[in-house]
Design a protein around this ligand. Structure first.
Ligand code: HEM
Length: 378
């Protein structure tokens, strides 16, 4: 999508698409202005059937502030940091299974299972339910491959069924934790309190589902996109092994350069002027954050991958009131997994002749599989 983004930034940075009936925004400053103004650009989506309808992601103030404050009490950066040893262990196990082979699909063997297992453990899902959990995450991450009526119908049915199964599952877990607290996120959500207010069962369930939907595929794509970059720029592999302190800025640069989320939707709550364009009340606005992240007016050498770029005010985790709540977790997973991948896999490269298929989605950026080969490291 990057050549298209570049052209649009230069020629029509705010343009109305007649076919999709929405505005597309491509420049950093315009997108920032929208994300900073949730009063005028609402997250409440009119779309029907979306899995995330009614979740924190589509709430506006004042309801959003309340919900965000209360879940933030359960989902603290400190509780995330405590996960580091477990994330290391899970990654080591996955890498160990892969190590005996000469080539693997990174998506299937490492970058998909890692975030799913981490979230499952965080929520307190027992290991025997992991398979269920993985299947649900897959359905949530699914996109339609064609827009025929039959495909869409099947897709909606599958989603509806998954949603029911998830609701049932989490309803039971919430009830169990109310009776018998444990040291897990669901218990924390049950106990979290703000001004005497607690979360309702439905709200806790909704939030658990958001974690699956917002956290898994995005983190998978961050790790996959990073390793893909290592294969495209092999010199980076040795550099990052020699200078491990570079990893943190390199991860941020992967987020900027290959943003796992391409765009977010907003809806105008009133007629509004944006940089000379008249947006009407009710119209949909698509903020292409992956384009903002390549905006040459904001970033020098915007189309170059600069491992030690600093500062790096990318918008990959959004901005403002909806800024990604899981950013500390995603960053932690990437900063643990990528050095271990480089440690165990030397001379990483794409399996010759493999052709990378993009995930068929306009909103997420990644590949369906990443076949890599390597020499075993230490
Ligand atoms: C929100 C990106 C990982 C949970 C967001 C938003 C973005 C984003 C762009 C803002 C959406 C908007 O403004 O409409 C990402 C990326 C990730 C990632 C690129 C990985 C690299 C995670 C993880 C979790 C998570 C691991 C949780 C386990 C959330 C939640 C919100 C959110 C709960 C909603 C916050 C709110 O509405 O106040 N994420 N995310 N994300 N993310 Fe993430």
């Amino acid at each position: 999508p990057f050549p298209w983004f570049k052209e649009m930034r230069q020629t029509q940075p705010i343009s109305f698409d007649q076919h999709r009936q929405c505005w597309d925004l491509f420049r950093y400053d315009d997108i920032l202005a929208v994300l900073k103004n949730p009063q005028t650009f609402s997250s409440a989506r009119p779309a029907v059937g979306a899995v995330l309808l009614g979740s924190i992601l589509s709430m506006d103030p004042p309801k959003h502030n309340q919900m965000r404050a209360i879940v933030s009490k359960a989902f603290t950066p400190r509780s995330i940091a405590e996960l580091a040893p477990r994330i290391t262990q899970i990654t080591e196990e996955l890498l160990h299974q892969a190590k005996g082979k000469q080539q693997i699909d990174l998506v299937k063997e490492i970058s998909t299972p890692l975030p799913v297992i981490v979230i499952a453990e965080l929520l307190g899902v027992p290991p025997e339910d992991r398979k269920l959990f993985k299947d649900w995450s897959d359905v949530i991450a699914e996109t339609v491959e064609d827009d025929s009526e039959a495909t869409i119908k099947r897709f909606m049915e599958r989603r509806g069924r998954t949603r029911q199964e998830l609701d049932q599952y989490f309803m039971q877990v919430v009830a169990e934790r109310r009776k018998q607290p444990r040291n897990d996120l669901i218990t924390k959500l049950v106990e979290a309190e703000l001004d005497g207010q607690k979360l309702q069962d439905e709200e806790i369930m909704e939030f658990c589902i958001v974690l699956l939907a917002a956290g898994n595929e995005t983190t998978t794509n961050l790790i996959t996109n990073a390793v893909r970059l290592f294969t495209e720029r092999p010199e980076l592999q040795e550099k990052l092994r020699q200078e491990p302190q570079l990893m943190e800025t390199a991860v941020e640069e992967v987020l900027r350069f290959y943003s796992p989320i391409l765009a977010m939707n907003r809806y105008a709550t009133e007629d509004v002027q944006l940089n000379g364009q008249q947006i009407k009340k009710g119209q949909q606005v698509v903020t292409w954050i992956a384009s903002a992240n390549r905006d040459e007016q904001k970033f020098s050498d915007a189309e170059q991958f600069v491992a030690d770029r600093s500062p790096n005010h990318h918008l990959a985790f959004g901005h403002g009131i909806h800024f990604c709540l899981g950013a500390p977790l995603a960053r932690l997973e990437a900063n643990i997994a990528l050095p271990l991948i480089l440690k165990h896999f030397h001379q990483l490269e794409l399996v010759p002749g493999s052709d990378l298929k993009p995930i068929p989605s306009t909103f997420v950026y990644g590949v369906k599989s990443l076949p890599i080969q390597f020499k075993p490291g230490t």
